[in-house]
Design a protein around this ligand. Sequence first.
Ligand code: 5GP
Length: 190
Amino acid sequence: MQLLKDMIVEYGVVLPGNILKVDAFLNHQINPDLFMKMGEDFKEYFYDKGITKVLTLEVSGISMALTTAYHLGVPMVFAKKDVSKILDEEVFQAPVYSYTKGTEYQIKVSKSYLSEDDRVLIIDDFLANGQALAGLIGLCEQAGSHVAGVGIAIEKAFQDGGKRHRAAGVDIYSQARIKAFEDGQVVFED
Ligand code: 5GP
């Protein structure tokens, strides 16, 4: 998606450890025009997949999942992050290891909002090692929901998450695929 790539080039900052900071328009301050267009773009890719629900992870996934769900005309659910590992009968729960923070946390969704009747579109801001995505897919598996697709804003294609999940048969569409960071600059695929 050219607009997103343009914003990354103009406002993104490459930090040590191969981290791309996009606080200026995506992770802290939000550009509404961009997010509306991202939602439309995800809809164009996934409109014929019979999606009944959009699932994301708080906090950064929420805005783009909302515009996507709006354009698809379906509800959006966000998994909540929690440090507590105590099992709760009322929720589906999966562990996620964060490489950026070096910690493990639990993600949880109420059993009321995911079911075996759902065809789920998972949306997230970044795909790197694929841990967050594995957790979200795990929640769908527990619910018996079908993962109909995955929409990612920024995929760091030099990390193996995308490759691994695609090899497992997951239909992943990324709006911007980064091949490498070179001298503090972003190099895109294609
Ligand atoms: P993964 O689980 O695929 O390794 O990483 C996905 C999560 O880590 C994303 O939801 C995002 O919060 C965070 N993340 C990974 N890489 C980056 C990055 O380069 N920049 C930012 N801002 N977040 C990242």
